[in-house]
Design a protein around this ligand. Structure first.
Ligand SMILES: [Mg+2]
Length: 309
C-alpha cells in the first residue's frame, strides 16, 4: 500500500516539467550562461530556473514542509538573467508563476517532512551536452520515503523518469505516465561487471581498484544517472569517491532509495548504509558503493583489503 502517493505523483510531475525547463535552456544555446560558486563548481541559469520552478511548486502544494535545495546564490541572477528565466517560463506556459528570486533561498518551515532538490545534477555534463539529471527526494524524520529522478536522453529516449517509494519498489517511465517496474541484475561474475564511474569528479583509486580486481567494462558518465543504471540493471556496480566537504543529501538520497527499492544495495566503504541529516549525507568511510546486492559484500571485502590511499 502506498503511503505517499500524493508526494510521489507530485515529484514525478515536477521533475518532468523541470527537465523541460533545463532542455529549453540547452536548446536555446544559453547553457553557457554560467557562474562559478565559491567552491569553484559551475552553476548555470538553467540550475536556477529549475530550482525556482521546483520550489515554487513546493510552496504551493506542500507549504508546511521543509526544503533542502542545492542552489543559494541569488546574486548571480541579474536583470538579464531574470528576463531569460521569465522568457522560458512564458514560452513553456508556466507564466502563472511569478519570478520570485527569493524562491532560490526559500527553505520552508522546519519540519519532519523534508524535500531535497538537485535542480541539475551533473552541471558540467549539462554544459557539454552530456548526461545530467534532476533529482527530488522526500524524507520523514530523515528517512527516505520517495524519489523521482529525471534523466534527459537516457538510453536514446528523450526523457526517462525513475521513481521509487519506500517498500513499494522502483519504476521507470519513458512515456508519460506509463511506468514499468525495474530491478537490479543478478550478475555475480566480476569479469562481467559493468562499472559506472564519474566523468568529472572521479579519483584515481576507483579505476585502479577496478582494474586490479579484473573489471573490464566501464561506463563513465556524469550525475545520479549512475544510480539509475544500477537500478535498472544496465550496470552492475557504481563506485563513488566522496569528499567530506561535498557530501550532500540532494546528491545521494534519491539514488540511494532508487537502488535499494530496485533490489540493490547502497553503502559506504565500510558497508554501512548512508544516513541523511538536513543538508549532509553521512557515512563512516568516504566512498559509496551501489550494486546489485549479490556483489556488495564481495566488493566491500575487496576494497577493505586494498590500501586505497
Ligand atoms: Mg546540482
Amino acid at each position: 500500500m502506498s503511503y505517499y502517493n500524493r508526494e510521489l505523483k507530485f515529484a514525478i510531475d515536477v521533475v518532468r516539467k523541470a527537465s523541460i525547463i533545463t532542455e529549453w535552456f540547452r536548446k536555446k544555446g544559453i547553457e553557457s550562461f554560467s557562474f562559478k560558486k565559491s567552491d569553484q563548481s559551475p552553476v548555470t541559469l538553467a540550475d536556477f530556473a529549475s530550482q525556482i520552478y521546483l520550489i515554487s511548486q513546493l510552496r504551493e502544494y506542500f507549504q508546511d514542509d521543509q526544503i533542502i535545495a542545492e542552489e543559494e546564490n541569488i546574486e548571480f541572477i541579474d536583470l538579464k538573467a531574470e528576463n531569460l528565466i521569465k522568457q522560458c517560463f512564458e514560452e513553456l506556459n508556466l507564466n502563472e508563476l511569478e519570478i520570485l528570486k527569493e524562491n532560490i533561498g526559500y527553505h520552508g518551515r522546519s519540519s519532519e517532512r523534508q524535500w531535497t532538490i538537485d535542480p541539475i545534477d551533473g552541471t558540467i555534463g549539462y554544459q557539454k551536452g552530456l548526461s545530467y539529471a534532476i533529482g527530488v527526494g522526500f524524507m520523514i524524520e530523515s528517512n527516505p520515503k520517495i524519489c523521482a529522478i529525471g534523466v534527459p536522453n537516457y538510453n536514446e529516449e528523450a526523457l526517462a523518469i525513475f521513481s521509487a517509494e519506500k517498500d513499494q519498489g522502483a519504476q521507470v517511465s519513458y512515456n508519460k505516465n506509463v511506468f514499468k517496474p525495474i530491478k537490479v541484475n543478478h550478475n555475480e561474475d566480476i569479469h562481467k561487471i559493468r562499472l559506472c564511474h564519474s566523468l568529472h569528479y572521479d579519483q584515481p583509486w576507483v579505476l585502479n581498484f577496478a582494474q586490479d580486481i579484473g573489471i573490464e567494462n566501464f561506463i563513465q558518465i556524469d550525475s545520479m544517472a549512475k544510480f539509475c543504471m544500477v537500478a535498472d540493471g544496465t550496470a552492475d556496480l557504481y563506485i563513488k569517491p566522496l569528499d567530506p566537504e561535498h557530501s550532500f543529501t540532494w546528491d545521494f538520497m534519491p539514488g540511494d532509495l532508487l537502488v535499494r527499492e530496485a533490489g540493490g544495495s547502497v553503502t559506504d566503504l565500510n558497508g554501512e548504509g548512508l544516513k541523511f541529516k538536513e543538508r549532509k549525507c553521512l557515512w563512516t568511510k568516504p566512498g559509496i558503493i551501489a550494486s546489485n546486492s549479490k556483489l556488495q559484500k564481495k566488493i566491500i571485502e575487496l576494497i577493505k583489503r586494498k590500501d586505497l590511499s
